[in-house]
Design a protein around this ligand. Sequence first.
Ligand code: SF4
Length: 231
Amino acid sequence: MFQATGPEPGLKWQSLASILRQSYPNVTGMLDVACRDALGTLVLTLLSQSTTDRQAQAAYASLRKAFPRWEQVLAAKPRDVAEHIKAGGLNQQKAVRIQAILARLQDEAGALSLAWLAKKSPAAAREFLLSLPGVGPKTAACVLLFSFDMPALPVDTHVARLSRRLGLVSLKASPAQIQQELEAMVPPEAARHFHLALIEHGRAICRPRRPRCDDCRLASACEYGKESLPR
Ligand code: SF4
């Protein structure tokens, strides 16, 4: 098992971010590419839980085609909502959560929209999002970052794996702890690119199994890479 021995994580992220900027200058993600409102971002992120971006996008497109207005999603039978998002998996559970979120917005905000969150502080916006059914730290951070440009750094499976391997956080840190530590470490203006580039790097090079350390531009700053590559 490798140990973190390099520079302080607070300094280290800067050299990593610089290499990532050179390696992935124009990286975009699922939530970057599609243009939609914050509620759409929230629903798409919910649909992406435990599945791939492609399947989540297929489920989202199918849902919006069947029910172009959120009022229609709220009024639909749960089984009909589930039917139209089945491409994303866990469709029964996700349908219940989506309708519960819509009902909550209707009751508390009087509209099927999250636009009003833009006027809240980042802390208050995050607190509200976290109070919604099925919304955890990663989903809330995705909405804050991609829809409101508020300070947040979502931690998905790729960001968590790379953060541990690179030595930015403890190997035992939970995704919620990693998110807290990265948000304290990475300035808000750098968070979007850092998040997207780590995901891209995790898919292309630093895969869960057999990471391609010998082909990795981060290797010199990576605790796992230092241990696994010949000296
Ligand atoms: S050196 Fe290896 S473990 Fe480290 S980031 Fe690169 S591929 Fe991942």
